[in-house]
Design a protein around this ligand. Structure first.
Ligand code: HEC
Length: 218
């Protein structure tokens, strides 16, 4: 048994205002779908289906209630879609690592667009109580030491990466936030245009390096 399922049909748009839905059936004779007893949706909820017209069905939940109007039918359609992944959640980091892995060994080749230009402007803007720009350290002092750490050039070809210091995977946003709090600046929000353009610029700055994603660093 387990969790294996066979796709029998797809629930589509609402039909009319009374809670009916369009259903695309995959059974040889589409009408047979109504004979399969309870059908499960992606969320595991059971429904019984009765055809009301060609391709139009009434669905009743486990409680025997039919969908109550068009809004309920619309919600059902939406429920089938997974919600967006949180930007820095484990699932998104894993997905980014897997996608990046497909480019492993290829040179970074970002185009210079308006986001890159905006990111470069931010990179050279002084910020925080220490009043330092990213460029002050990553261009001016690269190769030098800051506390225990060596100041890198600020090129990125391995994110998301596993850091020993983090004891886990982390993305570029986390790295940028660390540098911003380092100069006592309020980090830009994860979903901000500023973060997006800094990322774009850092990518462009890394052109020619070979992709190492997912990286492993101390
Ligand atoms: C005061 C100096 C300083 C400033 C200012 C600074 N950084 Fe950093 N940055 C560092 C140091 C030091 C490290 C390495 C830290 C480590 O290895 O733990 C680093 C690491 C990085 C890395 C990782 C590079 C790699 O090789 O993986 C990126 C990306 C980065 N910084 C971006 C930025 C951005 C963007 C800004 C501006 C918002 C910024 N930094 C501002 C000192 C600085």
């Amino acid at each position: 048994m387990g969790d294996r399922r066979i796709l029998m049909g797809v629930v589509g748009r609402p039909h009319g205002v009374r809670g009916l839905v369009r259903v695309h059936s995959y059974t040889a004779d589409p009408a047979d779908l109504a004979g399969y007893g309870p059908l499960l949706d992606d969320a595991g909820r059971a429904w019984t289906l009765a055809w009301r017209a060609s391709g139009v069905a009434e669905l009743r939940g486990a409680d025997g209630q039919a969908l109550d109007g068009r809004a309920a039918a619309e919600r059902l359609g939406r429920d089938v879609n997974a919600p967006a992944l949180p930007e820095e959640g484990e699932a998104m980091l894993s997905l980014a690592a897997l996608v990046g892995l497909q480019s492993r060994g290829l040179p970074v080749a970002a185009e210079r667009d308006s986001a890159v230009a905006a990111g470069e402007a931010l990179f050279t803007t002084r910020m925080g109580q220490l009043n330092l720009s990213c460029a002050d350290c990553h261009d001016g002092l690269a190769g030098g030491r800051l506390g225990g750490a060596r100041i890198p050039q600020g090129r990125v070809n391995a994110y998301p990466e596993y850091r020993l210091e983090w004891q886990g995977m982390g993305g570029l946003l986390r790295r940028i936030r660390n540098c911003m709090t380092g100069v006592r600046a309020e980090p830009f929000p994860a979903a901000s245009a500023e973060m997006a353009s800094l990322r774009a610029y850092l990518g462009w700055r890394s052109n020619g390096l070979l992709v190492e994603t997912p990286g492993v660093r101390p």
